[in-house]
Design a protein around this ligand. Sequence first.
Ligand code: SLL
Length: 170
Amino acid sequence: RVRVRGLSIFRPIIYGNTAVVLTQKERDASLTPDHTHRWTVAVRSAASPPDGDQVGGADDLSYFIKRVSFKLHDTYPNPSRNVDKSPFELTETGWGEFEIQIRITFVTESGEKAATLYHHLKLHPWTASGEPEIPPLDVAMKLGPVHSWQYDEVVFNDPYQNFLNILTSH
Ligand code: SLL
């Protein structure tokens, strides 16, 4: 277990969510008819191509990430959701925005502590005025999917030599 002292290496990621309004048909067929949106929260590679391969491709972060835990609002059953393989994403339905805690556990070889990020789940489109008003669902549906993503860099300082090898061979 040899550390490479003085070296920093980072991996660029994006994290956030997309959301769409459910159709009336989908809501009628649902066990939770009060839910208005379907959303996906994810941690992805910032180096991924738009339609990148999810498994084994540029967006597969499993060479350095072992688990991503998404901690949802307490109104959800089993609010702590673990994703143990790529793609590190979770799809749910709901009616409200809330803060999602995203806990990233790295592969054992890294010797790194878990990292925690926070993302405000965004369901409602931004308005031109910047006012936090929520448009009616039929208006929101016409506006199309909502996207809210942030760029970040996971930095590893003084990485173990074998972990550095893993990082640089991908
Ligand atoms: C709000 N502070 O009041 C937020 C809470 C909670 C969202 C939003 C589904 C829950 C369920 C859901 O969308 N919860 O299915 O019970 O806006």
